[in-house]
Design a protein around this ligand. Structure first.
Ligand code: HEM
Length: 542
């Protein structure tokens, strides 16, 4: 009442003075906190409320922003994006963060983040889960499903089937003689491979087909794919919703809630993204329900499919052949519920699409720029397949393609797809020679770590042969393609299967040349680096 009376006597000038005093106090408080912070490190100077957002927007790319900060400020610096972030660029400094121990205090990737909660992601699934009990539980089932040998067989099987489908589209669009003669055999490799990995991860995780390659084919020319249009459109809608989520989720991590809730343009965008993610959840929920029904209607003595969804639904039920009694000493007697399953599926889609699609795109770019590497790779592929360019690839081929594996590692070393990883400390600790309180946010800058001069000979040289030297093993923390510790990527085996098999299937049969050899690789990066376009020309190999 008294407060109301106080404001009711205000005229416009009083309001302005009030706002002025409030802002001055806020700015004074902000800089008091800034100048009295623990371990002041070099880094770009932050602004109240926005932190270093303006410097970040200047580059509009996290990888470039961090590379430039490292050049300017050295191997350890700080940035303010949402919160204070300590960025580590020396392999030795990340050792404790990635130590594989259940006692590690670096099991959290993020603290509670209001933005991710608004998206319904906090405390759920695997990737962004800060609730360690629930993360362990989910991860256990995820790993069990994805590392099962039958799952790997399925992965190789589907790589072959979906590659045949991809070839069918390419044959019609780009490989006809007259098209090649007229130089029209040009395609966006990154867009096609993104659709491929998307269809792959969906069928492997849900056991249901998605038709995003068909959707892309349908918009390339007049001819339509054989699959019914409504199913294709449905897949398209789903993949577009996912893309939208991935491209914009940073708004919920890097922007302070105030900006998201009150700045008009940002607010409507944030609301739209929340609706978008809910539509994805609805879609996954429908798939989960359908599968539950199918499993219920399958007699106990009949085998079930080997996709991840079936595994996580049946885990800890009488249908589970690997019944797990404990995880970390805690009894596990209940099966996963629908929300847990939804987020496990969601994380598999997030983890398994863009990473693999971009990796194969970067590989293609690097191979095109290194004819000596291409020659050796083709020699290996031809040796393994004995010149047969059509038979399906097998698990034993996969194990014999060692030079292809070396190329993958070297491409990731010089151009990591996961350019940045995060860890949030739960206890005070010494890192990089400083004592930090609990609740410090660390970032591992894979881009600079992978080229650190103390650990790599000729770090800027693209040289897959370094991986072929007998007994070569890099210093553990100087190569973090899949991260490390207990939060290491659980999809790494699947990723290598997909990448090696795809390289073999693509390059044993096709010449894939860049349209513009002088153009740099077009990328954009936040936590992962994505290729925005890679135009290539395809034709059958001679
Ligand atoms: C080339 C392909 C891939 C790369 C480079 C990659 C890289 C990574 C990296 C660097 C991390 C963070 C690890 C850490 O913080 O220590 C990660 C986590 C994760 N990845 Fe992958 N990944 C790939 C493919 C996949 C695939 C195919 C899947 C699943 C289908 C997957 C699922 C996940 C999940 C669920 C996590 C979170 C793990 C956790 O928080 O416990 N990834 N990945």
């Amino acid at each position: 009442m008294t407060l109301l009376k106080f404001f009711s006597d205000f005229v416009i000038n009083d309001y302005l003075s009030f706002i002025g005093v409030f802002l001055t106090l806020y700015v004074a408080y902000y800089y008091f906190k800034y100048f009295t912070r623990v371990n002041p490190l070099p880094g770009p100077f932050p602004l109240p409320l926005f932190g270093n957002l303006f410097q970040f927007f200047w580059y509009n790319d996290l990888k470039l922003f961090f590379i430039n900060c490292q050049k300017k400020y050295g191997d350890i610096f700080e940035v303010y994006l949402g919160i204070r972030r300590i960025v580590l660029n020396r392999p030795e400094d990340i050792e404790k963060l990635l130590m594989p121990s259940t006692k590690s205090q670096y099991l959290m990737r993020f603290p509670y983040t209001q933005g991710l909660d608004e998206l319904g992601m906090m405390g759920k699934g695997i990737l962004a889960n800060h609730n360690l009990k629930s993360w362990r539980y989910n991860r256990q089932f995820f790993t069990q499903a994805i590392l099962a040998p039958k799952f790997s067989h399925e992965a190789i099987d589907w790589t072959n089937k979906l590659f045949n489908e991809l070839e069918g589209y390419w044959n019609k669009l780009y490989l006809k003689e007259e098209i090649i003669r007229e130089n029209k055999n040009v395609l966006d490799f990154s867009a096609w491979l993104n659709r491929y990995t998307n269809d792959m991860i969906i069928v492997l995780t849900t056991g249901e087909r998605s038709y995003t390659m068909a959707g892309y084919f349908n918009i390339q020319g007049d001819e339509k794919a054989d699959h019914p249009l409504p199913i294709v459109d449905d897949s398209e809608k789903f993949v577009r919703a996912f893309r939208k989520h991935l491209l914009n989720v940073a708004i919920f991590v890097l922007l302070p809630p105030f900006i998201r809730h009150y700045v008009p343009f940002v607010k409507s965008k944030a609301n739209d993204l929340i609706q978008n993610v809910r539509s994805i959840y609805d879609r996954i929920d429908t798939i989960v329900k359908r599968r539950r029904e199918e499993i219920k209607n399958t007699p106990l003595d009949k085998p079930l499919p080997h996709d991840m969804l079936t595994s996580v639904i049946t885990a800890n039920t009488p249908r589970d052949i690997n019944y797990t009694k404990t995880v970390g000493g805690e009894a596990l007697e209940r099966p996963l519920n629908d929300i847990e399953i939804r987020h496990i599926m969601f994380d598999a889609f997030i983890g398994g699409t863009d990473t693999t699609a971009n990796m194969i795109t970067f590989i293609t770019y690097y191979i095109a720029h290194h004819p000596d590497v291409k020659k050796k790779m083709l020699e290996e592929i031809d040796r393994v397949f004995q010149g047969d360019r059509t038979r399906p690839i097998t698990e034993s081929d996969f194990h014999n393609l060692k030079y292809c594996e070396a190329i993958i590692k070297e491409v990731d070393r010089v151009h990591p797809v996961a350019n940045m990883m995060a860890r949030y400390s739960q206890e005070p600790d010494e890192i990089a020679g400083y004592n930090w309180p609990a609740g410090t946010m660390f970032h591992i800058n894979a881009v600079t770590i992978h080229r650190h001069k103390d650990h790599w000979d000729e770090p800027n040289k693209f040289n897959p042969d370094r991986w072929m030297v007998k007994d070569f093993e890099p210093y553990k923390y100087s190569f973090v393609m899949f991260g490390g510790g207990l939060r290491v990527c659980p999809g790494r085996k699947l990723a290598m299967i997909e990448l090696i098999c795809l390289m073999a299937l693509l390059f044993r049969k096709y010449d894939i040349d860049l349209v513009d050899m002088k153009a740099p690789l077009k990328t954009k990066s936040i936590g992962i680096t994505t290729c925005t376009e890679l135009l290539v020309k395809v034709k059958l190999r001679n």
